[in-house]
Design a protein around this ligand. Structure first.
Ligand SMILES: Cc1cc2nc3c(=O)[nH]c(=O)nc-3n(C[C@H](O)[C@H](O)[C@H](O)COP(=O)(O)OP(=O)(O)OC[C@H]3O[C@@H](n4cnc5c(N)ncnc54)[C@H](O)[C@@H]3O)c2cc1C
Length: 413
């Protein structure tokens, strides 16, 4: 079958959340994911309590907890000299006194399995190349199967772009690689064994070239994730161990934690990283998750935005198609679609309404955290000043708490 009610490009948290909500409501949905899952991903793997309400509504909270999730009750900020500020998760969240540490390898697989179980067709190893329009209206996407190399077109009147911050569908090349050469930011991540002293806390370390964090994930692994300058990356020839020695090991506490550490598997890198809000509609495609805007990783809010925007964009569509399909609380509406709605041609008219609803929900929930993150980024978060910021924050508990609260959604939906 090539015709669907909705196409979702990307099988990360945003795409799987949207696919689950739409499929549960009875719509015919296809999710196209370039990689074969499960796959590792550059991420701090810190799942904030503000994600929990959506994870519960999606029906995956217990699966996540039993997949080896680690309970994290403390956030520790450490300046380069080893001075520390400890902030209980309970002080910065209203949803829970603990957060979760779980690899994206497991987290994303659980979410994708859920979308499949809800009835979404999830095609892995399929890279979407472009959106397809007819008479000025979006009508599908074209891409290539990475399994047999064949090009295919899938049709639907609504396309959600959940393909992340490097989306080929909705993010221009300039935006993807933006920033001055040499001063751009890159990220590096690996799972480690032999790290000492990381239990129920996530630790952030500031150092002259950037910042990074350690937190426990499943199976006794500790995730190390660093944000560093392009210059540091180049000077270390992109070699993980060299980078670690030149950056995070300058932080006194991190040096102690990592003294006996060994890398398990491969180093992963990503970048250049660009942050900030983007347009919520490009050529009739609706971006969700990072494709619609990426919040700075130090906020730990990216996965919450991905899950929620997936959920809210899908709900916006369902509300426009059939208001009675929306149920309060857990998702269990049904649109009673006997055939794809696109065949009636009616959805083209509803796209502006879907967008208006989605934009309004987005602004209400994420407008402020996005704006605060932008201000902080412009003011202080360059590799040059990040170490100074770290020093200020660990000496100013009230300021640190205010900053952490302001970049997160306080009243989660
Ligand atoms: C260094 C770093 C650390 C971070 N740490 C945290 C953290 O600790 N906590 C947190 O909450 N957030 C964190 N984030 C943010 C978080 O990783 C993102 O916000 C989140 O992954 C966004 O989810 P998404 O579903 O929008 O996109 P993604 O997770 O990026 O998923 C997009 C999917 O689309 C697929 N795809 C891409 N292109 C195509 C295509 N053309 N066709 C088909 N499929 C395609 C990709 O393979 C991928 O699976 C961090 C980000 C970075 C860079």
């Amino acid at each position: 079958m090539n015709h669907y009610d909705a196409i979702i490009v990307g099988g990360g948290p945003a795409g799987s959340a949207a696919a689950t909500v739409l499929a549960e409501a009875g719509l015919s949905v296809i999710l196209l994911e370039e990689k074969r899952m499960p796959r590792h991903k550059v991420c701090g793997e810190f799942i904030t309590p503000e994600c929990f309400p959506t994870l519960r509504r999606l029906g995956v909270f217990e699966s996540i907890r039993t997949a080896g999730a680690q309970e994290i009750t403390q956030l520790r900020l450490n300046d380069v000299n080893g001075r520390m500020l400890q902030v209980p998760i309970a002080d910065i969240s209203r949803d829970s006194t603990w957060a979760i540490g779980l690899s994206r390898y497991r987290f994303d697989q659980i979410l994708l399995d859920r979308a499949r179980a809800a009835g979404a067709v999830c095609l892995e190893g399929f890279a979407v190349k472009r959106s397809v329009s007819e008479n000025g209206a979006i009508c599908g996407v074209e891409g290539m199967s990475l399994i047999d190399g064949k090009m295919r077109v899938f049709q639907a009147p609504i396309v959600f772009d959940a393909s992340g911050r490097n989306s080929r569908l909705t993010v221009s090349r300039d935006e993807r690689v933006g920033g001055r050469h040499g001063r751009r930011l890159y990220a590096l991540k690996a799972h480690l064994t032999g790290v000492t002293g990381i239990q129920d806390q996530v630790e952030l370390y500031f150092f002259p070239e950037g910042y990074g964090g350690l937190s426990r994930v499943e199976d006794d692994f500790v995730n190390l994730c660093l944000i560093i300058s392009e210059r540091t990356l180049k000077e270390s020839a992109g070699e993980g161990l060299k980078i670690v020695r030149r950056t995070v090991m300058k932080n006194k506490l991190a040096r102690a934690r990592l003294a006996q550490a060994e890398v398990s598997g491969k180093w992963l890198s990503a970048g250049p990283l660009t942050f900030g809000r983007r347009s919520l509609s490009e050529n009739g495609v609706i971006p969700i998750g990072d494709a619609g805007g990426m919040i700075d990783p130090f906020t730990g809010t990216g996965m919450q935005i991905a899950l929620r925007t997936g959920e809210m964009a899908a709900q916006s569509l369902i509300e426009c198609v059939k208001p009675s399909a929306i149920a309060d609380g857990p998702i269990h509406g049904s649109v009673e679609a006997s055939e794809p709605y696109m065949q009636s041609g009616g959805w083209h008219r509803t796209l502006p309404e879907v967008l208006a609803r989605y934009r309004s929900k987005y602004q209400q929930e994420f407008g402020k955290p996005m704006a605060v993150a932008r201000m902080l980024r412009q003011a202080v978060f360059s590799p040059r000043s990040v170490e100074l910021v770290g020093r200020i924050l660990v000496r100013s508990p009230r300021l640190a708490r205010r900053m952490l609260r302001a970049t997160r959604v306080q009243k989660s939906s």
